[in-house]
Design a protein around this ligand. Structure first.
Ligand code: AMP
Length: 286
């Protein structure tokens, strides 16, 4: 595996492989790699001739200085895991390499970036659009791989691609969970033992809520019950739980609203504080 530290190196290898007619899979990450990230890497390896993983803790998508400062960084371990997977290239740039000057671009991302995470983390998705558009332009992938754990992020990236005329496939990969159901996340290492022991309750309640739908509950009733049940637990504090249309990300009032346009389905998205660590997760009601 070759380690690339500069944009020039990344552009050069992308150009070379493109000229050779090779397919290139890109897996953007912020490092502190776990099995969720590795599932994306495996999919890219299976689909493409060449796989590029990027590791960059992008400062412009953090709206909380402490979150940025405490974000786990485990470069050596990450490199070892990627070598083990047979990844071809890892791009690990310094901040000044990515942003030689401040990125002032504002992306008109619209509704999908204004609700849920967009409402709670102002500027977050614009920062995501900034970094992902740069990575796409530099690496010119055949396909790029993202996890459904960050469900809203995928919708935002697709919107950025429409704005910037990127025409390739985004591959959406299912959420990888711990055995007890907690969605794997780089932030899980920040959970205290007590918080870690209560955190699986999040997925448990979301999973349970699918049955309430079967029993006739409305989206609003489920939203209320999920929030109440989780907030009853010590250390858990729901920031939002919203059942939305998977494509428009609009909150639905009845289940029928979730099935248009074609291919859409209802999905519940949660952001929840587990002690002082903010976690996100989601569940599909289809
Ligand atoms: P991050 O390093 O948190 O920015 O995540 C990089 C990519 O890995 C994103 O596309 C995430 O959605 C994806 N990812 C993170 N955690 C998981 C998980 N538990 N299951 C599947 N994909 C994940």
């Amino acid at each position: 595996m070759k380690i690339l530290r500069t944009v020039k190196e990344l552009e050069n290898i992308a150009e070379t492989h493109k000229n050779e007619g090779k397919t290139v899979g890109l897996v953007p990450t912020m490092g502190a790699l776990h099995e969720g990230h590795i599932s994306l890497v495996k999919k890219s390896k299976a689909d493409n001739d060449i796989t590029i993983v990027s590791i960059f803790v992008n400062p412009t998508q953090f709206n909380n200085a402490n979150d940025l400062a405490t974000y786990p960084r485990t470069e050596e371990e990450d490199i070892r895991k990627l070598v083990e997977q047979g990844v071809d290239y890892v791009f690990i740039p310094a901040v000044h390499e990515v942003y030689p000057e401040p990125d002032k671009r504002i992306f008109p991302l619209g509704h999908v970036a204004e609700v849920m995470e967009g409402a709670m983390r102002p500027g977050h998705f614009n920062g995501v659009a900034q970094i992902v558009s740069k990575l796409f332009a530099w690496s010119q992938p055949t396909k790029a791989y993202f996890g459904e754990k960050d469900f809203q992020q995928i919708a935002v990236i697709k919107q950025m691609m429409r704005l910037e005329n990127f025409n390739f496939q985004i591959v959406e990969c299912p959420i990888v969970r711990e055995e007890d159901g907690l969605a794997k996340s780089s932030r899980n290492v920040r959970l205290s033992p007590q918080a870690r022991s209560i955190a699986p309750r999040i997925h448990e309640v979301l999973e349970q809520s699918k049955q309430w739908k079967e029993q006739g509950a409305t989206p609003a009733q489920i939203t209320e019950k999920v929030t109440a049940l989780l907030n009853k637990e010590p250390l858990l504090k729901t920031e939002y739980y919203e059942i939305v249309n998977s494509q428009t990300l609009s909150t639905i009032n009845n289940w029928n609203e979730a099935y248009m346009p074609e291919g859409a389905y209802p999905i519940g998205c949660i952001a929840i504080f587990c002690d002082d660590v903010r976690l996100i997760d989601n569940i599909k009601y289809n």
